[in-house]
Design a protein around this ligand. Sequence first.
Ligand SMILES: Cc1cc2nc3c(=O)[nH]c(=O)nc-3n(C[C@H](O)[C@H](O)[C@H](O)COP(=O)(O)O)c2cc1C
Length: 215
Amino acid sequence: MSTLSDWGEALLSQGEASPLFCIPSQNFCTTAKRWASGAGALGWKTIHPPQYSVVRKGVKVRILLLYHTRWGNCRKIAEALAHGLGESGHQVVLREVSKKGEPYGDFEVLVAGSGTRVGRMTRCLRVALKKLPVTESKPFMAFGTGIERFRDRGDPQSADEIHAFLSGRGLIPVADPFKAAVAGVKGPLSAGEEEMALVHGVEMGRKLLAQGNEP
Ligand SMILES: Cc1cc2nc3c(=O)[nH]c(=O)nc-3n(C[C@H](O)[C@H](O)[C@H](O)COP(=O)(O)O)c2cc1C
């Protein structure tokens, strides 16, 4: 038995292996890499704890608010959220998804939204999010618009997929998905939705400032 992979498999077959297994070694890096590859071969997942390294309590941040809209409803919600988030003094950069591929610049917090397409976000927003240079854990909030009766009966909405997509990339949610309602495919927004978005933005802005996103 020469490698840690062999050890891992042997121990697992005896029911004794644990992911918390600790092996002291003079050459720990090499040992850890071998162990990780052995664990990977066994189908174990490496668990990365969330990193809350970006937003500190009392610090105003640069927020990229990125959205895609077809008939302008999501833009109205984005503008209301931006208004609310800015109330705490954060710098909000409101950007519609760029078809020309211009960069969106640096940001510390991401807010992203689109209309719903068969329960999902729009393709344009997905393409844009995939291209965003998100290499570290950042706070985020997802939003979207969807038909009122579909939203109210609990059908999946764009905001749900955006939330899951960004969580899957290691970003840290600061709020549940925000789902605004439209009366029909082309709108208009249902009564009170812009006001709700404004209030939500104010609350999120204050939360980021008062608590940061430290655990
Ligand atoms: C092809 C297509 C599929 C749609 N599917 C859904 C859906 O599954 N659920 C829903 O609530 N709304 C659905 N809608 C309605 C959109 O939510 C609505 O058009 C959008 O919210 C309008 O926002 P916008 O003006 O910002 O594009 C769909 C619209 C289109 C055009």
